[in-house]
Design a protein around this ligand. Sequence first.
Ligand SMILES: Cc1ncc(COP(=O)(O)O)c(C=O)c1O
Length: 365
Amino acid sequence: MPRNTVARIDTAALRHNYRLACRLAHPARPMAVIKADGYGHGIRDMARALADEAPKFAVACIEEALAIREAGVGHPVVLLQGVHSANDLVTCAREGFEVVVHSDYQLNWLEQSAEIPTLWLKVNTGMNRLGFAPAMLPAVMTGLKSRALEQKLVGFVTHFACADDPSSGFTDQQTRVFTEAVVDWPLLAKSAGNSAAHFLPGQPLFDWSRPGIMLYGASPMLERTGPELGLEPVMTLEAQLTAVRVLKPGESVGYGCSWRAGHETRMGIVAIGYGDGYPRHAGTDTPAWIAGSRIRLIGRVSMDMLAVDLTEAPGASEGDTVELWGRHVSVDEVARCAGTIAYELLTGITARVPRLYDNPGATAG
Ligand SMILES: Cc1ncc(COP(=O)(O)O)c(C=O)c1O
């Protein structure tokens, strides 16, 4: 018998979220960001599930773009970090990968490459990770022209640092800097806008937005959950209750005896832990769900197990399915309890957990 610790993936929810991104981005078009193994959901299946809807995909690196081709999906794929080796430029040109150029060394590689892929230039408007400063753009554009590379350039990209916080003025500032930086090349496309920017009223997303986390149903905004924003969770993380016991007042459970029963407590052990990617920092009171009831974690998460208080679910018994996150408990809530973000939880589910596609499972409904 398998352990039944699984991540159920609902591709209809993914498509629902992509369509919401389209409505919010209009007239910009969203390229679907499916890097980091589709934010933990499986890049090949995410590419196939969105192939009829998304005109373009975005990933971090060439290995991820090649995985999309392995899935039989031939769409353009933007490499958000560009290439990490000169040799990859020819592969990119042949495979239809669009390469973001953010540094001088990449311009030098292009000069020497036998084949040139489609190019985007990254503009650093304040994130200060990658990209050319706005003041450098005229020289970079002149350099591209002199190397006859400019006909491969389709546009400019930038990335927002604080779009998750509607009270921040920084997104407006970056938008202004970006608009002014590229004003001399109006025929080239512009791409800005992570998921969060889709939820900022009046925020321009230019020609191409780049939603990631919202496609998977988690919230890109501080203090909000995905469902509050009209998003549907794509991943439901489930495991089985493998033991039920009653603790007497004063008895503890798990490593460090960090939680003790104040009164007689019926509790259960669930077959999932940090070895599966469930966060160890999710402490007592982190929500979970079983048999129609919300329950809470107690004590420390171990590698393969965690403990739950079954007081609110008196009918729960061994073999029942526990939802760690999904439709009844949002991954955003769990992330908050663990002092992290849904991005980290979703991408952190380990290879030990099988992904089951479009199989509703026991906690659906
Ligand atoms: C350059 C770039 N664009 C878009 C995204 C998508 O961001 P999000 O998942 O917040 O929508 C990312 C993600 O990190 C990114 O690095």
